[in-house]
Design a protein around this ligand. Structure first.
Ligand code: ARG
Ligand code: ZN
Length: 416
C-alpha cells in the first residue's frame, strides 16, 4: 500500500511537476580571447547549460557578456573549469529556483487577471474577451489561426472605427516563451490605449488615424509550457522528425536569410531555425496576416526581453538598411523618451552590429516585405534578474516602454 502510494506520488511528480531549479546558478562570463570563446562552446556541448544571453552557444563572441544557467549538479565542475580557463566571471543569480519564486508576489495560480502580475494563458484568454467586450467602440477581436497545439492566436485591433480602412501598426509580444515581461507589456498597452483615449491628446489622435493590431502572445504553446513545465522554455512546441528534441525558434523561422547565420540547424538548439521557412504554424499565421495587410501596415513592433535594446534591420547581414538614417534617429529618440521616466538606459542600433548576426527574424522579414518602421524591443533588465524580472517591475517597465512605443507611433503617423 505504502509502496503504491509512493510510486503514484513519484509518477505525479514526474508527469506534472514543473522542472525545479533548486541550486542552479546563472553565471556571467566575459570571454576576451578566441580560446575562451571556444571553451564556452565546448562547455555547452558537454554540459547541459541553458543560455540566457546570447540565445545560444553559436552566438557567443569575445568582449560580450555571456549569461549561462548551470544546473546544480554541474556547478562544482563548471566552477573549476572556469577558474582553469582564466576567464572573468561572476555569479548573477545564486539560486534560480529562489528567483523563479521571487518573480511572483505570491503563488498566484488561481488568481484573476492583473496588469501588475504575470498572467497565465487562461487569464490572458479571459482578459482578451473582457477587454474587447468592455470596449466595443475601440477594440475588435479576431484570431490569426490556431497554434500547433490548437490554441487560438487572439488578435486585438485597437482604433476608432471610422468606417474606412486605416493605416495600421502591428505589434506582437511573446515570440519567445520565457520572456514573460513581453506579454505583460502588450496587455498593459491595450489597457492604456483604451483608458487614455479621449483624455490623452496623443493617444486620441493616434487611435483616430491609425489602427493598432496587438498579438498579446505569439508563441502561446511555448508560453503555456513555460508556466506549467519549464520556466526557461523559449521555442515553439512542435515535434521534430528524426529528433526527440522539441520546438523551433520562431524568431529564426522567417524568410530573411533563413538559417544562414546566428541560427542552428540542430533541433535541440534553442535557436533552431526549423526544417524550412515558416515551418511553424505560428510564424505562418503572423506572416500570412502581415502579407495580406501589407498595404496598410506601416510599422512592425516585436517585443522581447531582456537586455534593454531597441533594434532595427538588419540582423541577417551587416549591410545597412535603406532607411538606416531615419531608423537610427527614431530609435535614438524613442530610447530617450523611454529613459526620461525612470532613467532606464537603452542601446539602439541595427541588430547585426548592436548584438549579433541572426537570420530568420520577423523584424528583418517585415522590413524586406516593405514595412519600413520595423523594431525589436528587448525590455528590462540587463541581467540582474534576466527572464525572472520581479512583478514589482512590471509597472515601471510598461510605463517607460509606452513612451517609446508612442514616440514611434507618432513618428509613423507624421509620416503617413
Ligand atoms: N534576442 C533576439 C533574438 O535573438 C533579437 C532579435 C533581433 N532581430 C533579429 N532578426 N535577430 O531573437
Ligand atoms: Zn526573445
Amino acid at each position: 500500500m505504502m509502496k503504491t502510494l509512493l510510486l503514484l506520488g513519484l509518477l505525479a511528480v514526474a508527469l506534472c511537476e514543473p522542472t525545479s531549479y533548486v541550486g542552479d546558478k546563472v553565471f556571467r562570463l566575459w570571454p576576451v580571447s578566441d580560446t575562451q570563446v571556444s571553451f564556452i562552446k565546448e562547455l555547452a556541448s558537454n554540459v547541459k547549460v541553458n543560455f540566457w544571453s546570447p540565445d545560444s552557444a553559436d552566438l557567443v563572441t569575445v568582449y560580450s557578456n555571456v549569461d549561462v544557467h548551470i544546473p546544480a549538479s554541474h556547478i562544482d565542475m563548471v566552477s573549476v573549469m572556469l577558474q582553469q580557463s582564466g576567464m572573468d566571471y561572476r555569479v548573477l543569480i545564486e539560486d534560480v529556483q529562489t528567483a523563479v519564486r521571487q518573480q511572483l508576489d505570491n503563488n498566484q495560480l488561481t488568481k484573476a487577471h492583473s496588469y501588475v502580475k504575470y498572467n497565465d494563458w487562461a487569464n490572458i484568454e479571459a482578459w482578451v474577451s473582457s477587454i474587447s467586450s468592455g470596449n466595443p467602440a475601440l477594440i475588435s477581436r479576431s484570431s490569426l489561426g490556431k497554434t500547433y497545439e490548437g490554441r487560438n492566436m487572439h488578435l486585438l485591433k485597437i482604433g476608432k472605427n471610422t468606417g474606412s480602412t486605416k493605416p495600421a501598426i502591428f505589434m506582437d509580444c511573446g515570440i519567445h516563451a520565457r520572456e514573460w515581461i513581453s506579454p505583460a507589456f502588450c496587455q498593459w498597452f491595450v489597457q492604456e490605449a483604451v483608458t487614455t483615449y479621449g483624455s490623452d491628446a496623443q493617444m486620441t489622435s493616434l487611435l483616430d488615424t491609425l489602427d493598432i493590431f496587438v498579438l498579446p502572445v505569439f508563441n502561446v504553446d511555448g508560453y503555456e509550457y513555460s508556466w506549467k513545465s519549464e520556466r526557461m522554455w523559449r521555442k515553439t512546441r512542435s515535434r521534430n522528425s528524426g529528433s526527440s528534441c522539441i520546438g523551433t525558434d520562431p524568431n529564426r523561422n522567417f524568410d530573411a536569410g533563413w538559417c544562414t547565420v546566428g541560427a542552428s540547424s540542430n533541433p535541440c538548439s534553442d535557436t533552431y531555425c526549423g526544417p524550412s521557412v515558416e515551418s511553424e504554424i505560428e510564424s505562418q499565421n503572423v506572416a500570412n496576416f502581415i502579407r495580406k495587410n501589407k498595404s496598410i501596415i506601416k510599422a512592425y513592433l516585436t517585443i522581447h526581453s531582456y537586455s534593454q535594446l531597441l533594434l532595427f534591420p538588419y540582423s541577417y547581414k551587416y549591410g545597412q538598411a535603406k532607411d538606416h538614417a531615419e531608423l537610427t534617429s527614431v530609435a535614438a529618440s524613442a530610447s530617450e523618451a523611454l529613459r526620461s521616466l525612470y532613467g532606464t538606459r537603452y542601446t539602439s542600433g541595427p541588430g547585426a552590429t548592436t548584438i549579433y548576426l541572426a537570420a530568420g527574424g520577423s523584424d528583418d522579414w517585415a522590413y524586406d516585405l516593405g514595412v519600413k518602421y520595423s523594431f525589436t524591443f528587448e525590455l528590462r533588465d540587463t541581467g540582474r534578474y534576466g527572464f525572472l524580472l520581479p512583478e514589482s517591475q512590471i509597472k515601471p517597465t510598461c510605463e517607460e516602454t509606452m513612451l517609446a512605443v508612442k514616440y514611434i507611433a507618432a513618428h509613423v503617423q507624421k509620416n503617413l
